[in-house]
Design a protein around this ligand. Structure first.
Ligand code: GTP
Length: 519
């Protein structure tokens, strides 16, 4: 009896000791004491050569020609998620394709009434231009829209009927080409219906004085320090928390708060913190230096460095690349269009700009100024002209002149106005009558935070956004918005605006960006 009791006592003691050891081990595992011995001997990844919060894109701009792009993965399930936490719900919904947007009837109707005689200038009219099949039944599409009517005060010659794949469009009065516009063989098999545009309401502005542009390689050095506000809010805070000392639950809560305050969004924040904690445990990390190294690794991963970020602005199939620049007003579309033109021109490319922002006369003026500075022709419309026709003419003119790229600046209008958004869809459709749109760059103002995400969602419903330009990153402490924007849209951030200057545009490189935020 006494022997049994002794054995029971011994077993109980052993179990107690085991529980104690396990408990201590668990507590130790969750509460990490970091030494800073190794933090003083950081790895290359931890301390990049450039310090001081400078964003340095290591390489130059990555430009490419259109190839068959892999399908874009979207991360939300609901087509219209809410803002804030709701915005991060993963989704995988069907986006309204551009084909679903009804082309306003006014664009295709009554060619005979609208076509003024002087438009059919002999040197512009190729024999096939007046092909009878233009009056195909599908031309008489329904659904009139506010964009279809050219106001008399802004139209000299009215509209002209054209059939994009095979028929030349009358060129702009300012700079008429001497040869007929060649048909676009790549578009021929599509045989879309004819479209009437207000071609004669546009003019081409040819630059006279051209600025010297520094080569793009290496000039991004100038952008050092532009992310300093984000860096102090994000990098310094995080590195302070993950420095030497105890890393307990409170510390992790603070890390989460820091990430949320920097606008990373709830989903990315929990993902980043989760991965960080898991890797710290599994890799037996014990120094502040190693934790920072892991932080860098996890943040870069969250930015999906594998995404294709080249700007498809190089010619292919014997025609210019077509880039549409879209976004709400004030985000920096015109500025970005001008900056991108400079990058291309510095790369030896012939660029033509299309000022399809006809809502605001000053916008076209602004673009003409950019064009003049870089040596790019600008096709512009009169105030109130049909933006789709200006875009159409710009692409046509770019093809005629043998340009490498046509950059079309669209009107920045409130994304809440469905009709106006439809008009943007129309711009793309009309341009696509003659050439594939290679790139649709959505310009978002980083300082607007969640509002920018709402805009992004709406725009992506109307046009297939292929890349994001995040502007004004120099003016916000919330550089973390980059993470959310990509997650929301499943579309890569390709370029970032870091100032108002003509060369303050940089290619987006995840590793360089994270390093700039942290160190
Ligand atoms: N700080 C900073 N300012 C910028 C940046 N990009 C554009 N801006 C400024 O933002 C303002 C609006 O830029 P715009 O290019 O006119 O914007 P927009 O989207 O074309 O506007 P609308 O023509 O009204 O549609 C201008 O004062 C630009 O100089 C940037 O990266 N950083």
């Amino acid at each position: 009896m006494s022997t049994t009791l002794i054995w029971v006592l011994v077993i109980a003691l052993v179990v107690l000791a085991a529980a104690l050891i396990t408990g201590v081990a668990l507590v130790r595992r969750r509460r990490i004491r970091l030494s800073d011995a190794e933090a003083e001997k950081p790895t290359e990844q931890l301390r990049p050569a450039q310090r001081g919060g400078g964003y340095q894109a290591g390489g130059g701009f990555n430009l490419s020609a259109t190839t068959a792009a892999p399908p874009v993965e979207r991360t939300e399930v609901d087509g219209q998620p809410g803002v804030g936490d709701d915005a991060s719900v993963p989704r995988d919904s069907h986006r309204q394709g551009i084909v679903d947007v009804t082309l306003p009837a006014g664009d295709v109707a009554a060619p005979t009434e609208q076509a003024a005689p002087e438009q059919a200038a002999p040197e512009q009219a190729a024999p096939e231009q007046a092909a009878p099949e233009q009056a195909a039944p599908e031309q008489a599409a329904p659904a009139p829209a506010e964009t279809e009517q050219q106001t008399p005060g802004t139209t000299d010659t009215g509209a002209t009927t054209t059939e994009p794949p095979t028929t030349p469009v009358p060129v702009q009065p300012a700079e008429p080409p001497t040869t007929p516009v060649p048909a676009q063989p790549q578009a021929a098999p599509q045989a879309p219906p004819a479209v009437t545009t207000d071609a004669a309401s546009t003019e081409t502005v040819v630059p006279t004085e051209v600025e010297e542009i520094a080569p793009t390689e290496g000039r991004l050095e100038r952008l050092r320090g532009r992310l300093s506000r984000s860096r102090s809010a994000f990098g310094q805070g995080l590195l302070g928390l993950l420095g030497a000392g105890d890393l307990d639950e409170d510390s992790w809560t603070d890390v989460e708060d820091t990430l949320l305050l920097a606008d990373l969004g709830a989903l990315t924040t929990s993902e980043v913190v989760g991965k960080l904690r898991e890797r710290i445990a599994s890799r037996g990390v014990r120094t502040a230096g190693q934790v920072r190294e892991l932080l860098t690794e996890v943040l870069v991963e969250a930015l999906h460095p594998e995404m294709e970020r080249s700007v498809r602005a190089l010619p292919h199939s014997g025609r210019p690349a077509v880039v549409l620049v879209v976004g709400v007003n004030g985000t920096g579309k015109t500025t970005t269009t001008g900056k991108l033109a400079r990058v291309l021109v510095a790369d030896g490319r012939h660029v033509l700009l299309g000022a399809a922002d006809t809502f605001r006369a000053a916008a076209a003026e602004q673009l003409v100024t950019w064009g003049t500075r870089v040596g790019a022709e600008v096709v512009r419309g009169r105030e109130g002209a049909d933006p789709a026709s200006v875009a159409f003419d710009a692409v046509k003119q770019g093809t005629t002149l043998g340009a490498d790229a046509v950059l079309v600046d669209t009107a920045g209008r409130l994304h809440t106005k469905a009709g106006l958004m439809d008009e943007l869809g129309k711009v793309k459709r009309v341009v696509e009558k003659q050439a594939e749109v290679d790139e649709v760059l959505l310009v978002l103002d980083a300082t607007t935070g969640q509002n920018g995400l709402t805009q992004a969602r709406v725009f992506s419903e109307v046009v297939d956004v292929t890349g994001i330009v995040l502007t004004k990153l120099d003016g916000t402490a919330k550089g973390g918005i980059v993470f959310q924007v990509q997650r929301e849209l499943g579309v890569p951030v390709k370029l970032v605006g870091l100032g108002e200057g003509p060369d303050d545009l940089a290619p987006f490189e995840p590793a360089a960006f994270v390093n700039a935020l942290l160190y």
